[in-house]
Design a protein around this ligand. Structure first.
Ligand code: N2P
Length: 366
């Protein structure tokens, strides 16, 4: 009798227990981030630490993210815009103010970088830095030297912007970021104009420069160019520092008979910050805050830098960054190069629209 009673109690507990599990749907988080921007173990590590299930989607342009945000109901709980885009999105009310009591790991962030970010997010209320990087030239050194001559200088914007140079690279493949907001500043700067110009005439001049090199650009691409560089399908890319460095490592690991190299040409290049933010209509806010805080765990952020070669603003993460990554000038540019960089700033909407219109003209040309 006693045994059966016990059995019944146990069975009842089991049913209750199962009902408990079945009733509580696992907590969810929907993350939307740039492609090739995370370590392999970042999402599993978060899921393991929190029990929250992550749906992780990727994009490769600020325009794509912005279109989703402005349409509303993106379904995402955390997104990662560049800071110059975030500025306008914050002003437009696209993001939720961060509850910093849930973000103790913010104490690890570099105050100097936070002050820089405060230019676009006064009081650091809406966004938390994810990573930063530069935009420069990625080479397949062997192919580029064969095309340009063994002694041609590779550390000059003339390689990209002088038609006679880039024409020689056309046969081995020239890739350009499919992003007016990343290309116009470099063209303007090359012309000696303000890379963040708000003068429409400057953009016409930049377009004229770009149109002269248009015939030699073989693809517009902001993510697949990593594999194209690594695989020897292109010899020059105007691209992002970490992406080109990923390509360098992939080529090396695959024992390719060539070297991929990232170069910040003399005279300066764009520098940018990408930041995490929680859309105003996010439905998993607490989970989103847990994600942001998890990312700012020093060892977690360092693992991301070690995997995709973009530095973070997390000072305490630096000691976990692998020595060979920490001393790689493609990842952490030396001080004199840092001084030559110019920050991409928020632009008024009419200038962004002008960029987009001219970009369409530029791309359609041959
Ligand atoms: C990641 C590239 C992100 C840099 N693949 C653009 N802000």
């Amino acid at each position: 009798m006693k045994c059966c009673f016990l059995r019944r109690v146990l069975a009842g507990l089991l049913v209750l227990g199962m009902a408990g599990t079945a009733g509580a749907a696992p907590r969810q988080l929907n993350v939307y981030n740039w492609s090739d921007y995370i370590a392999q173990d970042t999402v599993p590590g978060f899921e393991h630490a929190t029990g929250i299930q992550v749906r992780y989607d990727v994009y490769d342009s600020n325009e794509t993210l912005q279109a989703k945000l402005l349409a509303g109901h993106s379904g995402y709980d955390v997104v990662v815009p560049s800071s110059n885009y975030a500025a306008r999105q914050i002003a437009a009310g696209a993001y939720r103010k961060l509850d910093k009591s849930k973000l103790p790991n913010l104490r690890y962030l570099d105050p100097a970088l936070m002050r820089l970010i405060a230019d676009v997010d006064p009081g650091n209320q809406f966004v938390v830095p994810w990573a930063w990087g530069t935009t420069g030239l990625g080479y397949n050194i062997k192919l580029a030297r064969a095309a340009l001559g063994a002694n041609a200088p590779l550390d000059s914007w003339d390689v990209l912007f002088k038609p006679e140079n880039v024409a020689k690279l056309r046969p081995c493949g020239v890739s350009m970021l499919d992003s007016p907001a990343d290309v116009f500043p470099a063209a303007l700067h090359y012309l000696g104009r303000d890379p963040n110009s708000t003068n429409p005439a400057d953009y016409q001049a930049a377009l004229a420069l770009l149109e002269r090199i248009r015939p030699y650009i073989t693809q517009f691409n902001s993510s697949g160019y990593i594999n194209d560089l690594a695989g020897g399908d292109i010899c020059l890319a105007y691209g992002w520092s970490g992406d080109v460095t990923i390509a360098r490592h992939r080529a090396h690991e695959a024992h390719k008979p060539y070297e991929i190299r990232y170069v910040i040409p003399g005279g300066g290049a764009p520098v940018w910050f990408d930041v995490m933010a929680i859309p105003i209509d996010a439905t998993h806010v607490d989970e989103a805050l847990q994600w942001v805080n998890y990312i700012e765990t020093p060892s977690v952020h360092a693992a991301i830098t070690n995997a995709v070669f973009y530095p973070s603003a997390n000072l305490a993460a630096r000691k976990y960054v692998l020595p060979e990554v920490a001393r790689d000038p493609s990842v952490y540019p030396p001080a004199p190069v840092m001084q030559s960089l110019y920050m991409l700033k928020p632009l008024p909407p009419d200038i962004t629209r002008l960029q987009t219109r001219l970009w369409t003209t530029f791309k359609a040309g041959r």
